[in-house]
Design a protein around this ligand. Structure first.
Ligand SMILES: Cc1cc2nc3c(=O)[nH]c(=O)nc-3n(C[C@H](O)[C@H](O)[C@H](O)COP(=O)(O)OP(=O)(O)OC[C@H]3O[C@@H](n4cnc5c(N)ncnc54)[C@H](O)[C@@H]3O)c2cc1C
Length: 476
Protein backbone atom coordinates (compact mmCIF):
# COMPACT_ATOMS: atom_id res chain seq x y z
CA UNK A 1 0.00 0.00 0.00
CA UNK A 2 1.28 3.48 -0.86
CA UNK A 3 0.30 6.49 1.23
CA UNK A 4 1.42 10.11 1.57
CA UNK A 5 1.95 9.80 5.31
CA UNK A 6 2.24 6.78 7.58
CA UNK A 7 1.66 7.42 11.28
CA UNK A 8 3.03 4.81 13.68
CA UNK A 9 0.96 4.66 16.87
CA UNK A 10 -2.73 5.30 17.55
CA UNK A 11 -2.43 6.92 20.96
CA UNK A 12 -3.49 10.52 21.48
CA UNK A 13 -0.45 11.85 19.57
CA UNK A 14 -0.93 9.69 16.46
CA UNK A 15 -4.71 10.15 16.56
CA UNK A 16 -4.44 13.94 16.74
CA UNK A 17 -1.91 14.02 13.90
CA UNK A 18 -4.17 11.78 11.77
CA UNK A 19 -7.21 13.98 12.38
CA UNK A 20 -5.24 17.16 11.62
CA UNK A 21 -3.81 15.76 8.36
CA UNK A 22 -7.21 14.40 7.33
CA UNK A 23 -8.24 18.02 6.61
CA UNK A 24 -6.07 17.81 3.49
CA UNK A 25 -6.14 15.82 0.27
CA UNK A 26 -3.76 13.16 1.52
CA UNK A 27 -3.66 9.40 1.83
CA UNK A 28 -2.98 8.70 5.48
CA UNK A 29 -2.40 5.32 7.12
CA UNK A 30 -2.21 4.77 10.88
CA UNK A 31 -0.38 1.60 11.97
CA UNK A 32 -1.10 0.41 15.50
CA UNK A 33 0.34 -2.71 17.12
CA UNK A 34 -2.57 -3.25 19.50
CA UNK A 35 -6.06 -4.48 18.62
CA UNK A 36 -7.49 -0.97 19.06
CA UNK A 37 -6.37 2.65 19.41
CA UNK A 38 -5.78 4.06 22.90
CA UNK A 39 -4.42 0.83 24.39
CA UNK A 40 -1.04 2.42 25.21
CA UNK A 41 -0.19 5.29 27.58
CA UNK A 42 -3.25 7.20 26.40
CA UNK A 43 -5.62 4.90 28.25
CA UNK A 44 -3.90 5.04 31.65
CA UNK A 45 -3.67 8.63 32.76
CA UNK A 46 -5.41 11.25 34.86
CA UNK A 47 -7.60 12.63 32.07
CA UNK A 48 -6.81 16.24 32.93
CA UNK A 49 -6.86 18.93 30.29
CA UNK A 50 -4.18 21.00 31.95
CA UNK A 51 -4.20 24.78 31.71
CA UNK A 52 -0.44 25.01 31.12
CA UNK A 53 0.75 25.98 34.61
CA UNK A 54 3.56 23.96 36.27
CA UNK A 55 5.62 24.03 33.06
CA UNK A 56 8.70 26.21 32.51
CA UNK A 57 7.74 29.16 30.27
CA UNK A 58 10.57 28.33 27.87
CA UNK A 59 9.45 24.72 27.40
CA UNK A 60 7.83 23.31 24.26
CA UNK A 61 5.41 21.28 26.39
CA UNK A 62 4.34 24.47 28.16
CA UNK A 63 3.17 26.41 25.12
CA UNK A 64 1.79 23.31 23.39
CA UNK A 65 -0.26 22.61 26.54
CA UNK A 66 -1.70 26.13 26.64
CA UNK A 67 -2.61 25.90 22.94
CA UNK A 68 -4.05 22.37 23.34
CA UNK A 69 -6.18 23.60 26.23
CA UNK A 70 -7.47 26.51 24.10
CA UNK A 71 -8.26 24.21 21.18
CA UNK A 72 -10.20 21.90 23.49
CA UNK A 73 -12.28 24.68 25.04
CA UNK A 74 -12.90 26.67 21.86
CA UNK A 75 -13.17 24.01 19.14
CA UNK A 76 -12.63 20.32 19.78
CA UNK A 77 -15.04 19.63 22.63
CA UNK A 78 -17.95 20.92 20.55
CA UNK A 79 -16.75 19.69 17.13
CA UNK A 80 -16.04 16.13 18.27
CA UNK A 81 -18.82 15.75 20.85
CA UNK A 82 -16.33 15.20 23.69
CA UNK A 83 -17.23 14.88 27.35
CA UNK A 84 -14.88 17.68 28.39
CA UNK A 85 -15.79 19.59 31.55
CA UNK A 86 -13.98 22.80 32.47
CA UNK A 87 -14.05 22.36 36.25
CA UNK A 88 -10.91 24.38 37.04
CA UNK A 89 -7.95 23.47 39.20
CA UNK A 90 -6.53 24.49 42.58
CA UNK A 91 -2.86 24.29 43.53
CA UNK A 92 -2.76 24.14 47.30
CA UNK A 93 -0.32 25.87 49.66
CA UNK A 94 0.12 24.33 53.09
CA UNK A 95 1.62 27.40 54.76
CA UNK A 96 3.21 30.83 54.17
CA UNK A 97 6.47 29.15 53.15
CA UNK A 98 4.67 27.80 50.03
CA UNK A 99 3.41 31.19 48.86
CA UNK A 100 6.55 32.27 46.93
CA UNK A 101 6.36 29.00 44.93
CA UNK A 102 2.68 29.60 44.20
CA UNK A 103 3.49 33.15 43.05
CA UNK A 104 6.22 31.72 40.80
CA UNK A 105 3.80 29.21 39.23
CA UNK A 106 1.32 32.06 38.66
CA UNK A 107 3.95 34.28 37.02
CA UNK A 108 5.26 31.47 34.79
CA UNK A 109 1.72 30.47 33.83
CA UNK A 110 0.93 34.05 32.86
CA UNK A 111 4.12 34.20 30.78
CA UNK A 112 2.85 31.14 28.90
CA UNK A 113 -0.51 32.85 28.34
CA UNK A 114 -2.65 31.02 30.92
CA UNK A 115 -5.61 33.29 31.71
CA UNK A 116 -7.58 33.99 34.90
CA UNK A 117 -5.02 32.81 37.48
CA UNK A 118 -5.82 34.04 40.98
CA UNK A 119 -4.47 33.42 44.48
CA UNK A 120 -7.35 32.51 46.78
CA UNK A 121 -7.42 32.45 50.59
CA UNK A 122 -8.86 29.98 53.08
CA UNK A 123 -12.20 31.82 53.24
CA UNK A 124 -12.59 31.38 49.45
CA UNK A 125 -11.63 27.73 49.76
CA UNK A 126 -14.17 27.15 52.57
CA UNK A 127 -16.91 28.49 50.29
CA UNK A 128 -15.84 26.65 47.14
CA UNK A 129 -14.07 23.47 48.27
CA UNK A 130 -15.57 22.53 51.67
CA UNK A 131 -13.90 19.09 52.02
CA UNK A 132 -10.35 20.48 52.01
CA UNK A 133 -8.29 19.61 55.08
CA UNK A 134 -7.15 22.20 57.64
CA UNK A 135 -3.54 22.03 56.44
CA UNK A 136 -4.44 23.82 53.20
CA UNK A 137 -4.07 27.55 53.81
CA UNK A 138 -4.38 29.10 50.33
CA UNK A 139 -4.34 28.07 46.68
CA UNK A 140 -3.77 29.17 43.12
CA UNK A 141 -7.05 29.01 41.22
CA UNK A 142 -6.64 27.96 37.56
CA UNK A 143 -10.02 28.26 35.86
CA UNK A 144 -9.19 26.96 32.36
CA UNK A 145 -8.22 23.41 33.45
CA UNK A 146 -10.71 20.61 32.94
CA UNK A 147 -11.29 16.89 32.64
CA UNK A 148 -12.05 14.45 29.83
CA UNK A 149 -12.28 10.73 29.23
CA UNK A 150 -8.81 10.14 27.72
CA UNK A 151 -9.65 7.08 25.63
CA UNK A 152 -12.88 8.60 24.30
CA UNK A 153 -10.81 11.60 23.23
CA UNK A 154 -8.57 9.23 21.20
CA UNK A 155 -11.56 7.35 19.75
CA UNK A 156 -13.23 10.61 18.68
CA UNK A 157 -10.09 11.80 16.89
CA UNK A 158 -9.55 8.46 15.14
CA UNK A 159 -13.23 8.13 14.22
CA UNK A 160 -13.23 11.60 12.70
CA UNK A 161 -9.93 11.01 10.87
CA UNK A 162 -11.33 7.77 9.41
CA UNK A 163 -14.56 9.58 8.45
CA UNK A 164 -12.28 11.95 6.53
CA UNK A 165 -10.51 9.16 4.68
CA UNK A 166 -7.62 8.11 6.94
CA UNK A 167 -7.04 4.36 7.18
CA UNK A 168 -6.58 2.69 10.55
CA UNK A 169 -4.73 -0.64 10.54
CA UNK A 170 -4.69 -2.25 13.99
CA UNK A 171 -2.75 -5.36 15.10
CA UNK A 172 0.04 -4.05 12.82
CA UNK A 173 3.24 -3.93 14.82
CA UNK A 174 5.94 -2.11 12.88
CA UNK A 175 8.94 -4.42 12.80
CA UNK A 176 11.10 -2.86 10.09
CA UNK A 177 11.51 0.52 8.41
CA UNK A 178 13.42 0.47 5.14
CA UNK A 179 14.60 3.50 3.20
CA UNK A 180 14.61 2.72 -0.53
CA UNK A 181 17.12 4.52 -2.74
CA UNK A 182 14.56 6.78 -4.40
CA UNK A 183 13.56 8.24 -1.00
CA UNK A 184 10.60 7.68 1.30
CA UNK A 185 9.93 4.66 3.49
CA UNK A 186 8.90 1.03 3.32
CA UNK A 187 7.35 0.07 6.60
CA UNK A 188 6.83 -3.58 7.49
CA UNK A 189 3.91 -4.18 9.85
CA UNK A 190 1.96 -7.36 10.50
CA UNK A 191 3.65 -9.06 7.56
CA UNK A 192 2.57 -6.33 5.10
CA UNK A 193 4.60 -3.57 3.47
CA UNK A 194 3.37 0.03 3.52
CA UNK A 195 5.08 2.76 1.51
CA UNK A 196 5.03 6.52 2.01
CA UNK A 197 7.17 9.59 1.47
CA UNK A 198 6.59 10.77 5.04
CA UNK A 199 6.63 8.89 8.32
CA UNK A 200 5.47 10.11 11.72
CA UNK A 201 6.83 8.19 14.70
CA UNK A 202 4.24 8.54 17.49
CA UNK A 203 4.97 5.17 19.10
CA UNK A 204 4.84 6.32 22.74
CA UNK A 205 6.96 4.13 25.01
CA UNK A 206 8.44 2.43 21.94
CA UNK A 207 9.27 5.60 19.97
CA UNK A 208 12.99 5.10 20.67
CA UNK A 209 12.83 1.57 19.22
CA UNK A 210 10.89 2.69 16.12
CA UNK A 211 13.36 5.55 15.66
CA UNK A 212 16.23 3.06 15.73
CA UNK A 213 14.45 0.92 13.09
CA UNK A 214 14.43 3.98 10.81
CA UNK A 215 18.10 4.72 11.49
CA UNK A 216 17.48 8.09 13.17
CA UNK A 217 19.76 9.54 15.89
CA UNK A 218 19.32 7.62 19.13
CA UNK A 219 17.34 8.76 22.15
CA UNK A 220 16.01 6.79 25.11
CA UNK A 221 12.51 6.57 26.51
CA UNK A 222 12.45 5.89 30.26
CA UNK A 223 9.06 4.85 31.63
CA UNK A 224 7.93 6.83 34.68
CA UNK A 225 5.23 4.88 36.45
CA UNK A 226 2.13 6.53 37.86
CA UNK A 227 -0.29 4.54 40.03
CA UNK A 228 -3.86 5.83 40.23
CA UNK A 229 -6.71 4.77 42.53
CA UNK A 230 -10.37 5.21 41.57
CA UNK A 231 -12.90 5.96 44.28
CA UNK A 232 -16.55 5.01 44.44
CA UNK A 233 -18.98 7.13 42.45
CA UNK A 234 -20.84 8.00 45.64
CA UNK A 235 -17.88 10.31 46.37
CA UNK A 236 -18.54 12.17 43.11
CA UNK A 237 -18.94 15.44 45.02
CA UNK A 238 -15.78 15.05 47.09
CA UNK A 239 -14.17 17.94 45.24
CA UNK A 240 -15.41 20.64 42.89
CA UNK A 241 -12.02 21.23 41.26
CA UNK A 242 -8.99 19.13 40.43
CA UNK A 243 -6.80 19.65 43.50
CA UNK A 244 -3.00 19.70 43.28
CA UNK A 245 -0.29 20.15 45.88
CA UNK A 246 2.82 22.09 44.86
CA UNK A 247 4.71 20.12 42.19
CA UNK A 248 7.62 17.87 43.12
CA UNK A 249 10.87 17.53 41.14
CA UNK A 250 9.50 14.71 38.96
CA UNK A 251 5.77 15.30 38.79
CA UNK A 252 2.77 17.42 39.63
CA UNK A 253 2.32 15.48 42.90
CA UNK A 254 -0.56 13.39 44.27
CA UNK A 255 -3.85 14.93 43.20
CA UNK A 256 -7.55 14.66 43.87
CA UNK A 257 -8.88 14.23 40.36
CA UNK A 258 -12.43 14.68 39.23
CA UNK A 259 -13.05 12.35 36.31
CA UNK A 260 -15.33 12.68 33.32
CA UNK A 261 -17.22 9.56 34.42
CA UNK A 262 -17.92 10.76 37.96
CA UNK A 263 -15.58 8.56 40.03
CA UNK A 264 -12.99 10.72 41.77
CA UNK A 265 -9.43 9.42 41.49
CA UNK A 266 -6.29 9.87 43.61
CA UNK A 267 -2.72 9.72 42.34
CA UNK A 268 -0.60 9.49 40.29
CA UNK A 269 2.68 8.46 41.86
CA UNK A 270 5.82 9.10 39.77
CA UNK A 271 8.73 6.66 39.87
CA UNK A 272 11.13 5.79 37.07
CA UNK A 273 11.24 2.13 36.09
CA UNK A 274 13.05 0.10 33.45
CA UNK A 275 10.29 -2.20 32.27
CA UNK A 276 8.06 -0.75 29.55
CA UNK A 277 5.46 -3.46 30.21
CA UNK A 278 5.28 -3.19 34.00
CA UNK A 279 1.79 -1.92 34.73
CA UNK A 280 1.63 -3.37 38.24
CA UNK A 281 0.43 -1.44 41.27
CA UNK A 282 1.94 -1.79 44.73
CA UNK A 283 1.22 -1.43 48.44
CA UNK A 284 3.79 1.39 48.54
CA UNK A 285 2.03 3.19 45.68
CA UNK A 286 -1.32 2.85 47.44
CA UNK A 287 0.13 4.19 50.69
CA UNK A 288 1.76 7.11 48.88
CA UNK A 289 -1.43 7.98 46.99
CA UNK A 290 -3.57 7.77 50.13
CA UNK A 291 -1.18 9.86 52.24
CA UNK A 292 -0.86 12.55 49.56
CA UNK A 293 -4.60 12.68 48.91
CA UNK A 294 -5.53 12.76 52.61
CA UNK A 295 -3.30 15.75 53.19
CA UNK A 296 -5.62 17.59 50.78
CA UNK A 297 -8.93 15.90 51.68
CA UNK A 298 -8.64 13.93 54.96
CA UNK A 299 -12.00 12.14 54.70
CA UNK A 300 -10.78 9.79 51.93
CA UNK A 301 -10.39 6.21 53.19
CA UNK A 302 -8.93 3.01 51.75
CA UNK A 303 -12.43 1.50 51.62
CA UNK A 304 -13.49 4.15 49.08
CA UNK A 305 -11.16 2.63 46.47
CA UNK A 306 -12.96 0.46 43.90
CA UNK A 307 -10.32 0.05 41.20
CA UNK A 308 -6.71 0.90 40.43
CA UNK A 309 -4.29 0.96 37.52
CA UNK A 310 -0.91 2.29 36.58
CA UNK A 311 0.37 4.08 33.50
CA UNK A 312 3.89 4.71 32.23
CA UNK A 313 4.87 8.19 31.16
CA UNK A 314 7.19 7.99 28.12
CA UNK A 315 9.93 10.28 29.40
CA UNK A 316 12.98 11.43 27.44
CA UNK A 317 14.64 14.35 29.20
CA UNK A 318 12.52 17.20 30.50
CA UNK A 319 10.59 18.16 27.36
CA UNK A 320 8.80 16.63 24.37
CA UNK A 321 10.86 15.69 21.30
CA UNK A 322 9.04 16.93 18.20
CA UNK A 323 11.31 17.36 15.22
CA UNK A 324 12.11 16.46 11.66
CA UNK A 325 15.05 14.05 11.59
CA UNK A 326 17.33 15.77 9.08
CA UNK A 327 19.49 12.65 8.73
CA UNK A 328 16.38 10.64 7.74
CA UNK A 329 14.49 12.96 5.36
CA UNK A 330 10.72 12.66 5.74
CA UNK A 331 10.76 11.24 9.29
CA UNK A 332 9.06 13.30 12.00
CA UNK A 333 9.60 12.21 15.60
CA UNK A 334 6.85 12.79 18.18
CA UNK A 335 8.42 11.28 21.29
CA UNK A 336 8.90 11.78 25.00
CA UNK A 337 5.26 12.80 25.17
CA UNK A 338 4.99 12.74 28.94
CA UNK A 339 2.38 14.80 30.79
CA UNK A 340 0.74 17.08 29.60
CA UNK A 341 0.69 15.11 26.34
CA UNK A 342 -3.02 14.37 26.45
CA UNK A 343 -3.73 18.09 26.60
CA UNK A 344 -1.05 19.16 24.16
CA UNK A 345 -1.83 16.56 21.45
CA UNK A 346 -4.04 18.77 19.23
CA UNK A 347 -1.36 21.48 19.28
CA UNK A 348 1.36 18.87 18.66
CA UNK A 349 -0.65 17.80 15.60
CA UNK A 350 -0.64 21.36 14.23
CA UNK A 351 3.11 21.55 14.79
CA UNK A 352 3.66 18.23 12.98
CA UNK A 353 1.56 19.42 10.01
CA UNK A 354 3.73 22.58 9.80
CA UNK A 355 6.94 20.53 9.92
CA UNK A 356 5.67 18.20 7.17
CA UNK A 357 4.65 21.19 5.03
CA UNK A 358 8.11 22.74 5.39
CA UNK A 359 9.58 19.42 4.25
CA UNK A 360 7.53 19.40 1.06
CA UNK A 361 4.21 17.71 1.93
CA UNK A 362 1.50 19.50 -0.05
CA UNK A 363 -1.35 20.46 2.29
CA UNK A 364 -4.28 21.12 -0.01
CA UNK A 365 -7.52 21.52 2.02
CA UNK A 366 -10.40 19.13 1.26
CA UNK A 367 -13.61 20.85 0.20
CA UNK A 368 -15.63 18.23 2.07
CA UNK A 369 -13.73 17.93 5.37
CA UNK A 370 -16.18 16.67 8.01
CA UNK A 371 -15.28 18.80 11.01
CA UNK A 372 -18.09 17.54 13.20
CA UNK A 373 -18.52 14.15 14.84
CA UNK A 374 -21.87 13.35 16.46
CA UNK A 375 -21.58 12.74 20.20
CA UNK A 376 -22.44 9.15 21.19
CA UNK A 377 -25.59 8.93 23.29
CA UNK A 378 -25.20 7.75 26.89
CA UNK A 379 -28.26 7.16 29.05
CA UNK A 380 -26.46 8.49 32.11
CA UNK A 381 -26.12 11.90 30.46
CA UNK A 382 -29.82 12.30 29.62
CA UNK A 383 -32.68 13.86 31.56
CA UNK A 384 -35.74 11.63 32.23
CA UNK A 385 -37.68 13.50 29.50
CA UNK A 386 -34.84 12.98 26.98
CA UNK A 387 -34.66 9.29 27.95
CA UNK A 388 -38.42 8.89 27.37
CA UNK A 389 -38.16 10.49 23.91
CA UNK A 390 -35.20 8.28 23.02
CA UNK A 391 -36.99 5.11 24.15
CA UNK A 392 -39.99 5.98 21.99
CA UNK A 393 -37.68 6.22 18.98
CA UNK A 394 -35.46 3.23 19.83
CA UNK A 395 -36.57 0.74 22.51
CA UNK A 396 -33.08 -0.86 22.52
CA UNK A 397 -32.01 2.02 24.80
CA UNK A 398 -34.33 0.49 27.41
CA UNK A 399 -32.60 -2.88 27.20
CA UNK A 400 -30.06 -2.41 30.02
CA UNK A 401 -26.92 -4.51 29.64
CA UNK A 402 -24.71 -3.04 32.37
CA UNK A 403 -26.69 -2.33 35.52
CA UNK A 404 -23.83 -0.78 37.49
CA UNK A 405 -23.20 1.97 34.91
CA UNK A 406 -26.65 2.00 33.24
CA UNK A 407 -25.51 1.09 29.74
CA UNK A 408 -28.02 -0.17 27.19
CA UNK A 409 -27.74 -2.67 24.35
CA UNK A 410 -28.12 0.22 21.89
CA UNK A 411 -25.01 1.95 23.34
CA UNK A 412 -22.98 -1.25 23.11
CA UNK A 413 -24.07 -1.76 19.47
CA UNK A 414 -23.24 1.87 18.68
CA UNK A 415 -19.76 1.42 20.22
CA UNK A 416 -19.13 -1.61 18.00
CA UNK A 417 -20.37 0.29 14.93
CA UNK A 418 -17.98 3.12 15.82
CA UNK A 419 -15.00 0.76 15.95
CA UNK A 420 -14.91 -1.25 19.20
CA UNK A 421 -13.42 -4.67 18.48
CA UNK A 422 -12.65 -5.89 21.99
CA UNK A 423 -14.38 -5.98 25.36
CA UNK A 424 -12.04 -3.27 26.64
CA UNK A 425 -12.88 -1.19 23.58
CA UNK A 426 -16.58 -1.45 24.50
CA UNK A 427 -15.78 -0.63 28.14
CA UNK A 428 -13.74 2.46 27.32
CA UNK A 429 -16.40 3.76 24.94
CA UNK A 430 -19.52 3.01 27.02
CA UNK A 431 -18.41 2.21 30.62
CA UNK A 432 -20.18 -1.16 30.45
CA UNK A 433 -18.03 -3.48 32.72
CA UNK A 434 -16.45 -0.48 34.49
CA UNK A 435 -18.69 -0.44 37.56
CA UNK A 436 -18.59 -2.11 40.95
CA UNK A 437 -19.18 -5.65 39.57
CA UNK A 438 -16.34 -5.25 37.00
CA UNK A 439 -18.38 -6.92 34.27
CA UNK A 440 -19.55 -9.90 36.33
CA UNK A 441 -23.11 -9.47 35.11
CA UNK A 442 -22.78 -7.92 31.65
CA UNK A 443 -19.75 -9.49 29.95
CA UNK A 444 -21.57 -12.48 28.44
CA UNK A 445 -24.30 -10.21 27.09
CA UNK A 446 -21.70 -7.89 25.52
CA UNK A 447 -19.94 -10.86 23.92
CA UNK A 448 -23.28 -11.90 22.39
CA UNK A 449 -23.87 -8.41 20.96
CA UNK A 450 -20.33 -8.30 19.54
CA UNK A 451 -20.88 -11.72 18.00
CA UNK A 452 -24.06 -10.45 16.30
CA UNK A 453 -22.61 -7.12 15.16
CA UNK A 454 -19.24 -8.41 13.95
CA UNK A 455 -20.31 -11.84 12.73
CA UNK A 456 -17.65 -13.48 14.89
CA UNK A 457 -17.80 -16.75 16.81
CA UNK A 458 -17.90 -16.04 20.56
CA UNK A 459 -14.51 -17.74 20.86
CA UNK A 460 -13.00 -14.93 18.75
CA UNK A 461 -14.15 -12.14 21.06
CA UNK A 462 -11.22 -10.96 23.19
CA UNK A 463 -10.69 -8.70 26.17
CA UNK A 464 -7.91 -6.69 24.61
CA UNK A 465 -6.70 -8.55 21.51
CA UNK A 466 -5.28 -11.95 20.54
CA UNK A 467 -4.41 -14.09 23.56
CA UNK A 468 -7.10 -12.60 25.79
CA UNK A 469 -10.05 -14.69 24.56
CA UNK A 470 -12.60 -15.36 27.31
CA UNK A 471 -14.29 -18.41 25.81
CA UNK A 472 -12.25 -21.39 24.64
CA UNK A 473 -13.35 -23.82 21.92
CA UNK A 474 -12.55 -27.14 23.63
CA UNK A 475 -12.89 -29.00 20.30
CA UNK A 476 -9.66 -27.36 19.05
C1 LIG B 1 -0.13 8.18 35.19
C2 LIG B 1 -0.21 9.19 34.07
C3 LIG B 1 -1.02 10.31 34.21
C4 LIG B 1 -1.09 11.25 33.19
N1 LIG B 1 -1.98 12.28 33.29
C5 LIG B 1 -2.10 13.17 32.27
C6 LIG B 1 -3.07 14.20 32.35
O1 LIG B 1 -3.87 14.25 33.27
N2 LIG B 1 -3.12 15.11 31.36
C7 LIG B 1 -2.26 15.08 30.31
O2 LIG B 1 -2.33 15.98 29.48
N3 LIG B 1 -1.37 14.07 30.17
C8 LIG B 1 -1.28 13.12 31.12
N4 LIG B 1 -0.39 12.07 31.02
C9 LIG B 1 0.43 11.98 29.82
C10 LIG B 1 -0.33 11.36 28.65
O3 LIG B 1 -1.03 10.21 29.04
C11 LIG B 1 0.67 11.03 27.54
O4 LIG B 1 1.41 12.19 27.26
C12 LIG B 1 0.01 10.57 26.26
O5 LIG B 1 -0.98 9.60 26.51
C13 LIG B 1 1.05 10.01 25.29
O6 LIG B 1 0.36 9.62 24.13
P1 LIG B 1 1.12 8.98 22.90
O7 LIG B 1 0.14 8.89 21.81
O8 LIG B 1 2.37 9.76 22.63
O9 LIG B 1 1.56 7.54 23.41
P2 LIG B 1 0.65 6.21 23.47
O10 LIG B 1 -0.71 6.49 23.95
O11 LIG B 1 1.42 5.19 24.20
O12 LIG B 1 0.53 5.80 21.95
C14 LIG B 1 1.58 5.17 21.27
C15 LIG B 1 0.99 4.03 20.47
O13 LIG B 1 2.00 3.47 19.64
C16 LIG B 1 1.78 2.07 19.57
N5 LIG B 1 3.03 1.43 19.16
C17 LIG B 1 4.17 1.32 19.87
N6 LIG B 1 5.10 0.65 19.16
C18 LIG B 1 4.54 0.35 17.97
C19 LIG B 1 4.99 -0.35 16.82
N7 LIG B 1 6.23 -0.88 16.73
N8 LIG B 1 4.12 -0.50 15.78
C20 LIG B 1 2.87 0.02 15.83
N9 LIG B 1 2.38 0.67 16.92
C21 LIG B 1 3.22 0.84 17.96
C22 LIG B 1 1.34 1.71 20.99
O14 LIG B 1 0.65 0.48 21.03
C23 LIG B 1 0.47 2.90 21.35
O15 LIG B 1 -0.90 2.68 21.08
C24 LIG B 1 -0.31 11.10 32.01
C25 LIG B 1 0.49 9.95 31.87
C26 LIG B 1 0.52 9.00 32.87
C27 LIG B 1 1.32 7.75 32.69
Amino acid sequence: MTADVIIIGAGISGAAVARELSRYKLKIVILEKEAEPAFGVSKSNSGIIHAGTQNPPSSMKGWLCVEGNRLMREELAADLGLNFAQCGQLIAAFGPEDLPELEKIKKEGEELGVKGLALVDRAWLDRNEPNLGPEVKAALYVPSAGIISPYRFVYALVENAVRNGAELRTSRKVTAVRRPEGGGFEVVAGGEVYRAKFLVNAAGLRADEVSALAGAPAFTITPRKGEEYLLDKKLGHLANHIIFPLPSKNSKGILIIKTADGNPMIGPTAHDTEDKDDLSTSDEGLAEALAGARRLVPSISKGDIIAYFSGLRPVSGKDFIIRHEDSVPGLVTVAGIQSPGLTAAPAIAGMVADILKKRGLKLEPKENFHRLRPRPRHLTELTPAETRRLLEKDPAYGDIVCRCELVSAAEVRDAVKRGARTLDGVKFRTRAQAGRCHGGFCTTRIIKIMQEELGLPVTAVTKRGPGSELIKDERK
